[in-house]
Design a protein around this ligand. Structure first.
Ligand code: SF4
Length: 368
């Protein structure tokens, strides 16, 4: 086939060659770069490593709020007035029960997220014990988002059987001080270095829509590529009432898809996750996100609800994709339908017939 801009993107990405800033800029915003050929070119890269499989992640706020840091985008920060439900660390029984539920809902990976700058040594020993127990009981991967940790802490978690550490870069080095001043971008890089040294897989992602420029997005995608990050959640900032950050992103569904394509093309082997904000910004184009992305969060985000489980599972199926899980997608869909039928007998999907007002709106209003 004759090489054109799109086939060149695929070839260059699959060869692991970094894309130039000018090419990245074309992906993000050039009118000459059409969305559908771009998605198609990106899908070729996604398919090579991940076929048509989608990984489902379920997140658990093991501890919520009570954080003294000032990350402006975070509802749990000291600078936020968002009315969230704060609590100290959940009991071991509660965490184990939630891990079981996540496994049975089809999660390939269970993510435990802690609020706060970083854990104490006592806390990390406790988390390591929990990781051991979850890994013994449920055949799924476990990820922990503990905040800032050092080499010894990372090693202890690795020895406990942890698969992955999450620690997001969130934005570019240039933009970082505008969203957080209580710890630095380098603090974050050091945690990633500790995780790498312990040979843990690394999950590190971004939040788009916090007032950054296109050049910042390009820098984030290439920084994550140079760090060889295994998993990249791409979040879109959700302007929750009460947050210190007052940004109101004007992201269109097309913007979000182009951004996801950029992260995939720059990171051909990474798990690219369409994360928080997918429902809010992608709207009817959400299923197209599976062309660049191969994973998602189900059951909502840290403090914001997401699309109901059944809708997420059905969307994966309707888009022609399948899931990476011990359970079949069709079985999970049936299970969810039964669950909803038993719990909400009057809320199964119904077809409502149009009324005369719907059918003849002008006639109704003209009073004939
Ligand atoms: S992102 Fe983490 S460290 Fe920052 S405010 Fe939120 S909970 Fe605290």
């Amino acid at each position: 086939m004759k090489e054109n801009f799109y086939t060149q993107l695929t070839t260059q990405s699959l060869a692991g060659k970094p894309l130039s800033p000018a090419t990245c800029q074309k992906i993000l915003s050039s009118k000459e770069t059409e969305l559908l050929p771009l998605l198609n070119a990106t899908f070729e890269v996604r398919r090579k490593s991940f076929g048509k499989k989608v990984k489902i992640h379920i997140i658990n706020n093991v501890q919520n709020g009570y954080c003294r840091e000032n990350c402006k985008y975070c509802a749990q920060s000291a600078s936020s007035h968002a009315p969230i439900q704060e609590y100290a660390m959940k009991s071991d029984e509660e965490i184990m029960e939630e891990a079981k539920n996540a496994y049975e809902k089809g999660a390939a990976r269970y993510c435990m997220v802690f609020s706060g700058k970083g854990p104490t040594w006592e806390r990390i020993k406790h988390v390591a014990e929990l990781v051991k127990e979850i890994k013994t009981k449920f055949p799924m991967e476990v990820c922990v988002s503990p905040g800032i940790i050092d080499d010894d802490m990372a090693l202890l978690l690795k020895k406990a059987g942890l698969n992955r550490i999450n620690h997001n870069l969130n934005t570019s080095r240039r933009h970082y001080k505008k969203i957080c001043t209580s710890h630095t971008y380098d603090d974050r890089l050091e945690t990633l270095a500790a995780a790498k040294k312990a040979q843990l897989q690394i999950c590190s992602g971004v939040i788009i829509g916090m007032g950054e420029e296109a050049s910042d997005i390009i820098e984030m995608a290439s920084t994550l590529q140079s760090l060889k990050i295994a998993s990249i959640p791409v979040n879109f900032f959700m302007p929750i009432e009460g947050l210190a950050l007052k940004s109101k992103p004007k992201l269109t569904p097309e913007d979000c898809l182009r951004i996801l394509c950029l992260f995939r093309l720059c990171n051909p082997l990474a798990e690219i996750r369409v994360a928080a904000g997918r429902e809010l910004y992608l709207r009817h184009l959400e299923p197209l996100a599976f062309y660049p992305a191969n994973s998602l969060f189900m059951d909502g985000y840290l403090n914001v609800k997401g699309r109901p489980r059944l809708e997420t599972l059905q969307m994966i199926k309707d888009a022609g994709f399948t899931i990476e899980s011990d359970f079949a997608l069709d079985d999970l869909i049936t299970k969810e339908k039964n669950f909803l039928k038993n719990r909400l007998p009057n809320q199964t999907i119904k077809m409502f017939l149009k009324t005369i007002r719907d059918l003849r709106p002008t006639k109704e209003s003209s009073g004939e």
